[in-house]
Design a protein. Structure first.
Length: 446
């Protein structure tokens, strides 16, 4: 395999450096990406600009993704083989080790002929880990020999203990098994359609999921090369993420504020529903992406870059969709790293901020106006508890969601009239796929 893309020629102009064995550049790039996630960054898959060759890009993304999905199990394996843990100040050693363990233990279909050699070579390329080649070799050889046994590690290791206990309390033991399956399965590609067209579905090889959401189970091309992308016929949006905007239920022409809107999946839905939309987000870069997305879709909205905590609208709105920043634990199929980056204090901090956002947005609604609050979180503090707090306020009336409002996924409507989806939840139908975790609640002012 010949690695290509950014960094592929690293060192090629320096004749004193050892020749780069095939596959090594890809490993170095993958380890760099994994190391940044281990330090707290969000995982961003490699783009075409970063690794041009499709097969190399797919392999690099697969290695990092599997290392992140199996993070808890890999930690247990490392603890078993390295009594004193990862050596201090060893630079890329940990990321290389995790990638290679993920390869040897959890990706047997890739074959393991060069995995150990590349890991040792990679260790040698960095001054901080060059003395650890032997250790890398020894650990990986043991793992290779015991791979079958290591594959039987219990699924409980897939999630941090604290989150796991909270999820069992909220959703039950059986649901947790579904979470584990969903984590390992990953997420399909869901699209929201701008307009109905059976020919487009056929060209996309997509099947309907819920309302105007369709699903592509296997794809061989980057998103922007799929049929209808350039013509703005659809946008990428998980089936669960598309639920909140549909629940606003106002008449076309209603003035709607989309709060925390970028990159604009829900804004596009609100425009499609015929509302006059103001979309607000504090992140200028993400709002620039939204402007590009809306231009592609041929849609228009008023775009505002502002902080919810300092914004002041000139006139009140008929409806507000508040997609509050949250722990995002419901997105672990796509972002397995989020579950390892969160703790109780972090979740409590986010829940406190969400309350401030809710209070401000209520003041911007006309009397009788609708607030839809949603989070892509599995944590009851950010979902159910916020709704209970809101329902208790004297200036707010609950507007329960009815099963009829969610045809095809009635089971997600709770007895209190909220919507709760979670990663193991399956949408009945042709493709029987799973969903991101979302919480949605609807209220009226007054
Ligand atoms: C869950 S994401 C929004 C996803 C978006 N609604 C969509 O459907 O594409 C949360 C957003 O909240 C924004 N955000 C965070 N803090 C904010 C603040 N204080 N004021 C405005 N927006 C904020 C972030 O920039 C981020 O884009």
């Amino acid at each position: 395999m010949k690695p290509t893309g950014a960094g592929a020629d690293r060192g090629a102009d320096d004749l004193n450096k050892p020749k780069t064995p095939p596959g090594l550049t890809l490993r170095l790039l993958a380890a760099e990406r994994l190391a940044s996630v281990l330090k707290g960054a969000n995982f961003a898959p490699f783009s075409v600009a970063e690794i041009a060759d499709g097969r190399d890009r797919a392999l690099a993304n697969r290695l990092v993704t599997v290392a992140l999905r199996r993070h808890g199990q890999l930690s247990a394996i490392i603890a078993r083989y390295l009594e004193r843990g990862i050596p201090k100040k060893s630079g890329p050693f940990e990321a290389q080790l995790r990638l290679s363990l993920a390869h040897l233990v959890f990706l047997p279909e890739l074959g393991d002929h060069s995995a150990i050699f590349l890991a040792v070579e990679a260790a040698k390329r960095d001054t901080r880990s060059q003395h650890l080649g032997k250790l890398m070799n020894a650990v990986l050889r043991r793992a290779q020999g015991e791979a079958h046994q290591l594959r039987q590690l219990p699924p409980e290791l897939l999630f941090p203990e604290a989150l796991q206990s909270a999820w069992i309390a909220a959703y039950g033991e059986a649901a947790l098994e579904g979470f584990a399956e969903a984590l390992l399965e990953g997420a399909p590609l869901d699209l929201t359609l701008r307009d109905d067209d059976p020919a487009l579905l056929e060209a996309l090889r997509a099947a309907p999921v819920l309302a105007d959401t369709v699903r592509i189970d296997a794809r061989d091309r980057p998103v922007d090369a799929l049929p209808g992308f350039a013509e703005g016929r659809w946008w990428v949006q998980d089936a669960a993420a598309a639920i909140p905007a549909r629940l606003l239920g106002l008449a076309p022409g209603a003035r709607v504020l989309d709060l925390c809107a970028a990159p604009g999946g829900k804004t596009a839905q609100l425009i499609k529903a015929g509302y006059e939309v103001t979309a607000l987000d504090s992140d200028a870069e993400r709002m620039a992406r939204m402007a590009t997305n809306l231009a592609r879709l041929g849609q228009q909205a008023e775009l505002v870059v502002a902080d919810v905590l300092s914004y002041a609208p000139t006139a009140p709105f008929d409806g507000i969709l508040l997609d509050a920043p949250c722990s995002a634990t419901g997105t672990f199929r796509r972002h397995p790293e989020v579950i390892w980056h969160r703790d109780a204090a972090d979740i409590a901090g986010r829940a406190a901020l969400q309350k401030r956002f809710i209070e401000r947005s209520l003041a911007w609604l006309k009397p009788g106006g609708t607030l839809v609050y949603c989070v892509c979180s599995l944590e009851p503090e950010e979902g159910e508890a916020q709704a209970a707090w809101l329902a208790d306020r004297p200036d707010v009336t609950a507007d329960p969601v009815r099963p009829l409002d969610l045809v095809g996924l009635e089971s997600a409507v709770t007895p209190a009239g909220y919507v709760r989806t979670y990663p193991g939840m399956r949408v009945p139908g042709e493709n029987d796929g799973t969903l991101d975790g979302f919480f949605v609640a609807r209220f009226r002012r007054g």
